[in-house]
Design a protein around this ligand. Sequence first.
Ligand SMILES: Cc1cc2nc3c(=O)[nH]c(=O)nc-3n(C[C@H](O)[C@H](O)[C@H](O)COP(=O)(O)OP(=O)(O)OC[C@H]3O[C@@H](n4cnc5c(N)ncnc54)[C@H](O)[C@@H]3O)c2cc1C
Length: 425
Amino acid sequence: MELFEGKKYWTATYERDEQFLTPDITDRFDIIVAGGGMSGLLSSYELARQGYKVLLLEKNRIGEGSTSLNTGLIQYMSDIGLYDLSKKVGESKASEFYEKSAAALDYIEKISKEIYKEIALDTEVKRSRSIFVASEKKDADSLKKEYTIQKKHGFNVSLFNKDELETKYGLIGEKGLETTGDLEINPYKFVMGVAKTSVKKYGLEIWEGAELKSYKEYKSKDKTFLKVRIVARKISENGSNSFPIEVNMTVPKLILATGYNLLPSIKKEIKKSKLVKTFVGVTQKLKSGIFEKVRYAMMWESKTPYNYFRKSAEDRLVIGGRDVSTLKMDEKIRKKQVEILIEKIEKCAPYLGNNLKTPFSYSAIFGESTDEIPFIGPSEKFSNVFVTAGFGGNGTVYAAMAAKMASDYFIKKIYDKKSITRIGR
Ligand SMILES: Cc1cc2nc3c(=O)[nH]c(=O)nc-3n(C[C@H](O)[C@H](O)[C@H](O)COP(=O)(O)OP(=O)(O)OC[C@H]3O[C@@H](n4cnc5c(N)ncnc54)[C@H](O)[C@@H]3O)c2cc1C
């Protein structure tokens, strides 16, 4: 499945020079992780950090899947607000999920500091506020409800009326909900940093060009193992061997972090997922100081179809939204949708002027769950397989949450069978 069409931005901000060579292929690993995006790398980092021998398989190049298409807004607040989530799963499970999301942000920030210390790479992780704007009166009421419940659970939120929204944020709308403690990130630099740090400090081994094809369970002396079949290219210092080879390995545990490309065996277990197509535009560098007039934050408009924007470290705007259900990639449609996104943003934030151009823009496949909750948990069929499918707008946050949950599951044997993120729900 093609994940995108157009010109990406984040991969243009970092010149990759590292090579991950083919590991010595023997059955000496404790865990294999399939998928080298945000989810696979964070889970590999966490387990390698705890002393496990981890092998990460990536069928293409690490960080170049959905992770590199990400707009890099890291928010504790999910696509589904705490108010609506509480109605769906009960207030206690909903607030627990929100607290885990907030903890995931702290975890990402901590890792970014470690990366900087270890390899001096600035992953552009920075605390920020977010502002959710209700541009129409009918949506203002739901922001009020969201404010009340978040306040009750100790989140640092503020509610702004029309005038305050304009004076504090330069935004036009009926109401605004401000959340604090969110993060901005350069997702591509971050995953590259996680990879390099994990290899250097914790002995993670990475095999690029290696695709996990299938796995099956077998028992030996009362222990359950997995036999995995991999098709891969061998990469040596002289370059890659273009002939794919088939490798069969035995490993006690497996993490599936293959993004929106679910393996058929897991697709059967995850019934509530769906794919849509979304659009992203990245503008020219804006005049320095333009954001100083207003309290800068990441902006999200609650209207459907929604749109959002944030500022990048280079003072560009990263703008996204306008999801559609047709997955076919089409350059003309992309250009039209990105134009509409720009018009909407210029209307909502007049201080940005009306001369925004998009030297980078793309259409991208985006995975969602029909109940707006990610899929994180053990496979219902194979207990040694843990799945991290962080479908939804907060995929990065879910990837961090999943890394902790995978390590709790494999190391401490803890997983709540009634978890709202369980796979087969
Ligand atoms: C346009 C867009 C904007 C987004 N914005 C945000 C945002 O602002 N904030 C946020 O939190 N999230 C955002 N997300 C979501 C977030 O990007 C994703 O949830 C997250 O990056 C997914 O990471 P992943 O590792 O699961 O998937 P990926 O990054 O796609 O990684 C999966 C990897 O697995 C590899 N793979 C697949 N099959 C196999 C196999 N069989 N064997 C080996 N390797 C395999 C792929 O090549 C790929 O590299 C956005 C997503 C999109 C598309």
